[in-house]
Design a protein around this ligand. Structure first.
Ligand code: ADP
Ligand code: ZN
Length: 289
């Protein structure tokens, strides 16, 4: 089998061909430009590949309603050129193979649960903390779409009293996760790129306070068995122990389960970084067949 995979991101597109074992046999990337120009590069990569199926892991919001004629359309993105762009339809018409679309984070969750940091688990959350914040949720072994798809990046949070920001940087919400904890939020708070903030700076205590709220919400609402935190900001490794400590504190001993006793295995980094999106897209292609 030859599976085509596209990881569609706001800054770059990654294209790959994967074999039956989900090994990437060929891949390339191109910068994301307006759709027509970008699609030319994407389709040129897959031309002549004799694919059996195709998987698309994309930035959102995206229409995931398989009964809708707009399935696989990008919807209300701030990337204006891509608004309402029929990503699925364009690729499906050009390649003419079974094709599935999901969010980039759902695809990453699927990949980590199939062969990565949550291998064998059926209830997991994958969250990326980068330029934006997004999460993919697998429950009872199925990716959750719901009405649209969950928007973990925009869950409301309690503001820390000592936060120099009075409100987060999200244009829609005063106090949401992305507005308070994304890379650009950190940069705006401390007037320094997140990458350059020293490991002993209190920026990381504040960051873990917000990410711990996310983890507690996920544990209390959908009762996931593992939370994978990835994305550029999580390169700051001091965050993991700080988040776990805050989660323990916030749970207040309420949840009784061996997994909660072992937060080192409950809240973990990804295992497939930086390929989880592409592998996830490959798994979507396999599912499309
Ligand atoms: P994107 O979300 O655009 O796909 P990334 O996941 O790489 O990209 O996230 C980019 C963000 O991560 C930037 O805001 C950057 O400042 C931040 N970042 C990158 N490396 C680090 C690091 N070592 N420590 C903290 N933040 C980092
Ligand atoms: Zn928001």
């Amino acid at each position: 089998m030859r599976y085509g995979a596209l990881e569609a991101g706001g800054t770059k597109m990654v294209m790959g061909v994967l074999n039956e074992n989900m090994e990437v046999v060929r891949s390339t990337a191109c910068p994301t430009r307006p759709p027509d120009e970008t699609m030319e590069d994407i389709l040129a990569f897959f031309e002549g590949e004799k694919l059996d199926a195709m998987g698309i892991a994309t930035f959102g919001p995206v229409n995931l309603d398989m009964d809708s004629p707009e399935y696989g359309n990008i919807t209300s993105t701030p990337k204006l050129a891509w608004r309402d762009y029929p990503l699925y339809k364009t690729i499906k018409e050009a390649l003419n193979v079974p094709t599935l679309v999901d969010t980039d984070v759902n695809a990453a969750a699927l990949a980590e649960a199939t062969m990565g940091a949550a291998k064998g688990l059926k209830n997991i959350l994958y969250v990326t903390v980068g330029t934006g914040v997004g999460g993919g949720l697998l429950l009872d072994g199925k990716l959750v779409h719901g009405m649209l798809h969950p928007e973990w990046g925009h869950i409301p949070l309690s503001r820390a009293e000592d936060d120099p920001l009075q409100r987060g940087i999200c244009p829609y919400h005063a106090l949401c996760l992305e507005g308070l904890a994304s890379g650009p939020a950190i940069q705006s708070r401390w007037a320094t790129p997140a990458k350059e903030i020293p490991v002993d700076h209190r920026a990381w205590d504040l960051e873990s306070y917000y990410l711990a709220q996310l983890c507690v919400t996920a544990l209390m609402t959908v009762s996931v068995e593992r939370i994978i935190l990835g994305g550029g900001v999580m390169h700051q490794e001091t965050l993991f122990p700080k988040i776990r400590a805050q989660v323990k504190d916030m749970l207040g001993g309420y949840l009784q389960h061996p997994r909660v006793e072992n937060l080192e295995e409950l809240i973990v980094p990804p295992a497939l970084y930086p390929d989880s999106g592409l592998i996830g897209a490959g798994l979507l292609a396999k599912a499309a067949l």
